[in-house]
Design a protein around this ligand. Structure first.
Ligand SMILES: *Cc1c(COP(=O)(O)O)cnc(C)c1O
Length: 400
């Protein structure tokens, strides 16, 4: 047995099978490249679902983490620590909002938003107790907790986990008329991904997000944008909502906020929204810990310059121009996305997304399939043009 086979067999024997990873075992990584236990190198064109927007081992982020490791890593929120205020202030400013509520994982940020919206509904909007409803989109992905999967429409994500949390209404994504129908006086929030990542990098029709903004404003409903995957540079802007000039009431952030180093998530909104919490009403042992704040602060500092957004725009234009050339010529039936983020639909006659991912793996390129026949491409924003072109060569060889 090779080292790879041995490690995979051992992982299979001793871990729950809630994932089906591609058959490589990573030992180290730098920038856009990963090296496996056999010494083979792979171009990472998934980037931890955007958690690695700044690449593996980014020197600024590793340096920030190392410095903080030597000072203090955890206090719990029972005490103040000296990295908290600056992280919250700078992140709020990046978002153009007043307040931050830091958590750890994306799903926790979504859970926190559900609580925020409900509490806001009862305390501020005046919804009768127990009646608050939240409108979400079909084919959403907002995480894996029991409440969050309660409003998933993916049978795989949802089956066998009931009883489900009530209070959610599901409408087709991109359909403003359906959304307008679904909003009632008891609606406290509309929760959406501005681009649906897990669903296959689905970009809503032009005018949709601005229509959601207008409708939610008119009906006194919070617009909660889950930018956990789409935000922080991926699409060429700090937030995907910016492409339509839309400012939601609440941003949900995660993934890249932790720089691929530690889990850091946050709910960001104005005082009129996040001000609903009082001591004891919500919390997290690790939320806003010193290490998370130190890394998160460096992420915010990196985004302030706009250089990563610029890279995502330029390299993204190139990526989409090249991918679009494949549409209709070989195995590719469609390409969607924005910035350095693409969903590529494969003609099922030419194999599943998984099979395509395995062929790319053999050529040293790592991508991930989603929903059977789509592969998702999201390299780190630090990828060089040369490496991206090399990756595109491999894609052409497999998909052309
Ligand atoms: C990944 C993701 C989440 C959940 O984040 P976790 O850190 O895995 O809990 C929520 N929303 C979106 C849009 C995501 O992509």
């Amino acid at each position: 047995m090779t080292a790879t086979e041995e490690l995979i067999a051992s992982a299979e024997a001793h871990s729950a099978h809630n994932y089906h990873p591609l058959p490589l075992v990573v030992a180290s990584a730098q920038g856009a490249w990963m090296t496996d236990v056999e010494g083979r190198r792979y171009l990472d064109m998934l980037a931890g679902y955007s958690a690695l927007n700044f690449g593996h081992g980014n020197p600024r982020l590793i340096d920030a983490a190392k410095k903080q490791l030597d000072r203090v890593t955890l206090t719990s929120r029972a005490f103040h620590h000296d990295r908290f205020a600056e992280f919250c202030a700078r992140l709020a400013e990046l978002c153009g909002k007043e307040m931050v509520l830091p958590m750890n994982t994306g799903a926790e940020a979504v859970e926190t938003a559900v609580k925020t919206a409900r509490k806001w509904g009862y305390r501020v909007k005046g919804v009768p107790d127990g009646r608050a409803r939240i409108v979400v989109a079909r084919d959403n992905f907002h995480g894996r907790t029991t409440t969050v999967v309660s409003f998933s429409t993916d049978p795989e994500a949802r089956a066998d986990y009931g009883p489900y949390t009530p209070g959610f209404d599901i409408v087709p994504y991109g359909d403003l008329a359906a959304l307008r129908e679904a909003v009632t006086d008891d609606t406290v929030a509309v929760l959406l991904e501005p681009i649906q990542g897990e669903a296959g990098v689905l970009v809503p029709p032009p005018g949709y997000l601005s229509g959601v903004r207008e409708l939610t404003r008119d009906r006194n409903v919070l617009f909660v944008a889950d930018e956990i995957q789409s935000g922080l540079g991926r699409t060429g802007r700090t937030f995907a909502c910016e492409h339509e000039g839309v400012v939601p009431d609440v941003y949900l952030l995660g993934k890249a906020l932790g720089g691929g180093v530690v889990p850091v998530s946050a709910v960001v909104a104005d005082t009129g929204v996040l001000g609903v919490f009082r001591p004891g009403e919500h919390g997290s042992t690790f939320g806003g810990n010193p290490l998370a704040c130190a890394v998160g602060l460096e992420v915010v500092a990196m985004l302030e310059s706009g250089e990563f957004q610029q890279r995502a725009t330029e390299l993204g234009d190139h990526l989409h121009a090249e991918l679009n050339l494949l549409v209709g010529t070989g195995k590719v039936t469609g390409v969607r996305g924005r910035g350095l983020w693409a969903g590529v639909d494969i003609d099922p006659a030419h194999g599943t997304g998984r099979e395509i991912s395995e062929k790319l793996l053999d050529r040293g390129v790592l991508v991930k399939d989603t929903h059977g026949s789509t592969i998702r491409i999201a390299p780190p924003l630090v990828i060089s043009k040369e490496d991206l072109d090399w990756g595109l060569d491999q894609l052409r060889a497999v998909l052309g």
